[in-house]
Each structure stands twice: as structure tokens, then as C-alpha cells.
Design a protein around this ligand. Structure first.
Ligand code: BGC
Length: 262
């Protein structure tokens, strides 16, 4: 969907999370939701069929216009197919999500990793909008998602949450879920995060790191405790980042009718 309403270009994004599936139209001029989002609880077990049924309900309840939309998943996604399932139902691995959505809704979905969508939204409209070079966006939640963006172009599926740290999968040590699970103080958790960020920095030397996920809403409690080389900013789009990034990617990857060949 690349609908022009006055000067407003609209897209539609759906963000699949562990507890809720959220969708809204997005004003792509401002990078903001154009209407209130619709949220429906994520079905349990969150199998591909059950989740896509819920996505269809979100589209219906939002009155989403016909046409392509962006859909995030907490999974590596190549060519519309989910490839991994670190924190989701294992039955997603190998699922052709694009085909399943087409079958269930008759629509085309641009399927994208959740952190990639959120990261691109932060670079285009949020905390990194004025920064060129290498921007690394990390989402700290149940897992750690990553988006690597170089001069505005996304390198998809980086999966830096799964780097090995002290013999562990890094996200099981430094995610927000790990902080809660281990009942860590902000100081103790930030030490783990510092260690993780130094490791990532040594590999990528980003010009800016943006930290997102629910915990970025409380950044005044912990951001100043980080001791790392690159500048670090909290995410700005918060809950909307995935929806905005998914909508953006769907519009930008849909050929426009009437666009002359390059
Ligand atoms: C998954 C990523 C996802 C991240 C955040 C990780 O466990 O492997 O694909 O982006 O969690 O949801």
C-alpha cells in the first residue's frame, strides 16, 4: 500500500510480539502512527497458523486498506520465510510466512525481523535520524535483537544477541528478561550490558548505538552507568518502532504503479 492522502504517505505495519500482536496505519512522512493501534493478545501456543489468524483479525479490526503491509517476527527472515525460533514456537522454522499470509488474507506481506524493523525506524525517524555511518540498534527484551544500518541501508538478520559471552548465549545474560530473572540491580545488569557492548564494539566499531526495548523507557536509571566507547542513545519510537519500520519497508519494497523504469 502506498496511498497518498494529501501529502501524507501511508503504510500499514503489524508487529508480532510475545504477548501482543499490534497493528496500525503509519504516516511515513512523520514516522508516526496515523491512527490508534489495534492490539490483540498473542495466541498460545503461538504457532504460525494461530498467529497469522490473529494478524488477519488485527488487519480487519484496524480497517487496514487493501494492499501490502509490513509484518515483523522475532526470527531470521529470508525471502518471506522464517528461519529461526529462539524465543518463539519451534514450528516457525521453515514456514513460508508470506505464503501463509497470502492464503489467509489475500494480501502481500513484507516479512521482516522485529529488530530490523525497529532499527530502521530509529535510523529514519528516531534516535539516529541525524547520524550517518554505522548505526547499531539493539532491542533489549525477552531476547536481544539487533539491526545494523550503514548510511541508511539495513544489513538484515544480524542476530548479534546470540554472540557468545563468557560461554553463554549473550541474550540469556544481558537482555531485560535476564535482568528480571536474576533479580539484578541496575548496576549489576549494566555491568553485564557494558561487557556485551564492548564485545560488539570490538567487532563492528559503530558510530552510534541505540538501545531499545521496554527498558529504554527507564533509561534514566541505567544509561549513565554504561562504560563503553561509542555514543549510546535510548530509542525514541519505543512501542511503535516495529510497526513504523515494517510499514516503511513494505512501502519501499512495493513497486509504484506509474513509476518509470530507471
Ligand atoms: C531472535 C531475534 C529477535 C530478537 C528480539 C532473538 O532471540 O533470535 O531474531 O530479533 O530475539 O526479539
Amino acid at each position: 500500500m502506498a496511498d497518498a492522502v494529501g501529502t501524507q504517505q501511508l503504510g500499514f505495519g503489524v508487529d508480532v510480539g510475545g504477548s501482543g500482536i499490534k497493528g496500525a496505519p503509519v504516516d511515513l512522512g512523520r514516522g508516526a502512527l496515523a491512527a490508534e493501534r489495534v492490539r490483540i493478545e498473542t495466541p498460545q501456543p503461538a504457532t504460525p497458523e494461530a498467529v497469522v489468524d490473529t494478524v488477519a483479525r488485527v488487519l480487519e479490526e484496524s480497517g487496514a486498506p487493501e494492499g501490502p503491509f509490513g509484518l515483523t517476527l522475532p526470527s531470521v527472515v529470508t525471502d518471506g520465510t522464517a528461519r529461526t525460533a529462539a524465543n518463539i514456537d519451534p514450528s516457525w522454522v521453515g514456514t513460508d510466512v508470506r505464503a501463509l499470509v497470502r492464503e489467509r488474507t489475500g494480501r502481500e506481506a513484507l516479512v521482516v525481523n522485529d529488530a530490523d524493523a525497529a532499527g530502521l525506524a530509529e535510523v529514519r525517524f528516531g534516535a539516529a535520524r541525524d547520524v550517518r555511518g554505522t548505526v547499531l540498534v539493539l532491542t533489549l527484551g525477552t531476547g536481544i535483537g539487533s539491526a545494523l544500518v550503514r548510511d541508511g541501508a539495513l544489513v538484515p538478520n544480524t542476530e548479534l544477541g546470540h554472540l557468545e559471552l563468557d560461554g553463554h548465549d549473550a541474550e540469556t545474560r544481558a537482555s531485560d528478561a535476564a535482568r528480571k530473572r536474576d533479580d539484578l540491580s541496575w548496576e549489576a545488569w549494566t555491568q553485564r550490558l557494558t561487557r556485551y557492548l564492548r564485545h560488539v564494539d570490538a567487532l563492528l566499531w559503530p558510530d552510534l548505538v541505540v538501545l531499545g526495548g521496554g527498558v529504554s523507557k527507564k533509561s534514566e536509571k541505567w544509561l549513565h552507568l554504561l562504560d563503553v566507547r561509542p555514543p549510546v542513545r535510548p530509542a525514541e519510537l519505543l512501542n511503535d518502532a516495529g510497526i513504523v519500520g515494517a510499514a516503511l519497508l513494505a512501502v519501499e519494497s512495493t513497486p509504484r504503479v506509474g513509476t518509470p523504469p530507471a
